[in-house]
Design a protein around this ligand. Structure first.
Ligand SMILES: Cc1ncc(COP(=O)(O)O)c(C=O)c1O
Length: 568
């Protein structure tokens, strides 16, 4: 791959930062949203740091924890009783603006009064004291609760067209969605007849025909969880997969779009067409017996999150859905991270305008309870086929009901759309100002990401942001993702962007620009994207020219185009 980027790098902190035609953040109006933040309860808009992060108290808790488990992933220790709204307070008394919100799983921020009051209700006391095995002894109000969820948050077509199955976490939701796809496939294969004695006997030996050679097709860069079935469909980073046996399931390339999208429209269309052709070939080979397995389902994230916030066009997804239908393959949309409104719609796949709804939509994270919606024809005929002890948790369901009421009261999905639009506009300005440091601004709603010059610089920016009182998340090899709560308003966004601007102005790029041509030497495994199992996007467009500076100039000219672009 090109190694011209060190040249860019050496200029990045001089020439490229010096481009003058970008708007100041202050000149971009902060829009009004659906509600204003409650500054009396949430406190000052600016975070406040009293120590480095992690501070001495966090470090001492690290020592305690390290005595009993590996804990190098921990950022710092929190004081949840003092955290409120969009601000997390750590063990040292630092108050950080949280734009990562517990890996995208905290829709109402910390200690939201409606949640704390729901959890101190007499109803909560009873369900916490008596956690039921929902598959056998649900409470008498359980059907009405599921009905409420179906009415308030099921994907289109709304309401009674869906079944709902509850689970504990994203991985169990996906894992059981795969089982549902396999069960459906074999039921169709047997023409609805019951399994034979041979089916039953061979299943006890982990052998066909009872345990058939079926598979779930997944995509390079995907993340669907870490349990065994899920892990076989996860393709984001080797660190998740290393040393663990996997099913030999097929993978297709997820489109690797170039930015700005307008400028690379033709390239991107060709890229998506070739990725779809690969999917169709795999489906054909599966149907024709060329593959060693039969593809029973495919799973896709509307935006590949953990793998680097990778997008594809609505057209690509529509065509993918049509292929699944054509080859009779269960189409599973993994909305564990994208679901519940962050993209400016309740479900990210609503942006695709599908003719045929997905067969299964999985959810977790912001919903607190996990599970999936499935079309009626996916329902297994026998009990205990999709089953576990708890099958979710009524306490988490109580939280979800409360969350959905708050969504409605303050129109939080619309808030995400407005706040996200503002964030993107400002990030486009910052991308111009800090050209050579960040690029590829992309996203829907507040589900936004930027690519950084390389992994070390990305990690340094995240570290420096934490010292300035902002907790953020990484994704992919060298991207930063925003996953704020649904209570994150344009006012919070303006504060975040002010600090981000400051951090970008101060950071010096470290090391060389990274591309993903299989040059893995000396890179930590957590940063690797395997070019066979999941290619990462490059830092477009600088890295695709022999004259980086000229392209950078052209890039700036094209930037305004992209701002107007209706993002995918
Ligand atoms: C898209 C997606 N699917 C599945 C999962 C797995 O969810 P969990 O960690 O709750 O098992 C995640 C987690 O980040 C995710 O982002």
């Amino acid at each position: 791959m090109l190694r011209l980027l060190p040249r860019i790098k050496s200029r990045a902190s001089h020439t490229l930062r010096g481009f003058s035609s970008y708007p100041d953040l202050e000149s971009i109006p902060v829009p009004e949203s659906t509600f204003t933040r409650d500054k009396h309860t949430e406190g000052p808009i600016s975070p406040s740091m009293v120590t480095e992060s992690p501070g001495p108290k966090s470090l001492s808790h690290f020592k305690e924890l390290a005595a009993v488990q590996e804990c190098s992933s921990v950022h710092f220790f929190c004081d949840y009783s003092s955290s409120y709204g969009n601000y997390v307070v750590d063990a040292d008394g630092n108050r950080l603006l949280d734009v990562f919100s517990q890996i995208a799983s905290l829709p109402l921020g910390y200690n939201h009064p409606s949640i704390t009051s729901a959890l101190s209700s007499p109803e909560a006391r009873v369900i916490l004291a008596n956690r039921p095995a929902l598959g056998v002894l649900p409470n008498k109000d359980w059907p009405s609760k599921l009905d409420f969820v179906l009415r308030e948050m099921s994907p289109p077509p709304h309401g009674e067209d869906w079944d709902i199955t509850t689970m504990a976490c994203g991985s169990t939701a996906n894992e059981n969605a795969y089982k549902a796809a396999f069960i459906k496939y074999m039921d169709t294969h047997r023409d609805g007849a019951p399994p034979t004695q041979e089916d039953l006997n061979s299943s006890m030996l982990n052998a066909a025909p009872g345990c058939p050679h079926l598979s779930i097709l997944s995509f390079s860069g995907a993340f669907h969880g870490r349990t065994f079935g899920c892990l076989s469909t996860t393709r984001s980073k080797p660190i998740h997969k290393l040393d663990v046996p996997h099913f030999d399931w097929p993978m297709a390339q997820f489109p690797n779009l170039k930015y700005p999208l307008k400028r690379f429209e033709e390239d991107n269309e060709a890229e998506e067409a070739s990725c779809l052709a690969e999917v169709e070939k795999l489906l054909k080979d599966s149907a024709g017996g060329v593959l060693s397995t039969k593809i029973a389902g495919m799973i896709i994230e509307p935006i590949q999150a953990e793998g680097g916030d990778n997008h594809a066009s609505a057209d690509y997804f529509r065509k993918l859905r049509a292929l699944a239908k054509k080859y009779n393959v269960t189409f599973i949309v993994d909305e564990v991270q994208t679901g519940l409104g962050a993209t400016g719609k309740m479900w990210a796949h609503e942006h695709w305008d599908l003719e045929d709804a997905p067969d299964i939509v999985t959810f977790a994270k912001k919903a607190q309870i996990a599970g999936y919606f499935s079309s009626k024809n996916m329902r297994p005929k026998e009990g205990y086929r999709i089953f576990n002890t708890w099958m979710g948790d009524p306490a988490k369901m109580l939280m979800l009901e409360t969350i959905l009421r708050e969504y409605k009261k303050n129109n939080l999905v619309e808030n995400a759309r407005i706040t996200g639009g503002y964030i993107k506009e400002c990030l486009h300005a910052l991308q111009k100002k800090h050209q050579g440091i960040i690029g590829r601004v992309r996203g829907l709603g507040t589900f936004v990401a930027v690519t950084v010059y390389n992994t070390s610089t990305r990690d340094k920016i995240i570290y420096n942001m934490r010292q300035k009182g902002v907790e953020m998340g990484a994704c992919g090899a060298f991207s930063i993702r925003l996953r704020p709560s649904m209570m994150f308003t344009p006012e919070h966004a303006a504060e975040f962007l002010r600090i981000f601007d400051e951090a970008l102005a101060e950071v010096d790029v470290v090391g060389e620009c990274e591309s993903w041509d299989g040059d893995w030497d000396g890179v930590e495994p957590r940063n690797l994207i395997n070019t066979v199992t999941g290619e990462q996007g490059e830092f477009h467009p600088i890295s695709d020219s022999t004259d980086g500076i000229a392209i950078a100039g052209e890039y700036l000219e094209n930037m305004d185009e992209e701002i107007e672009e209706k993002a995918i």
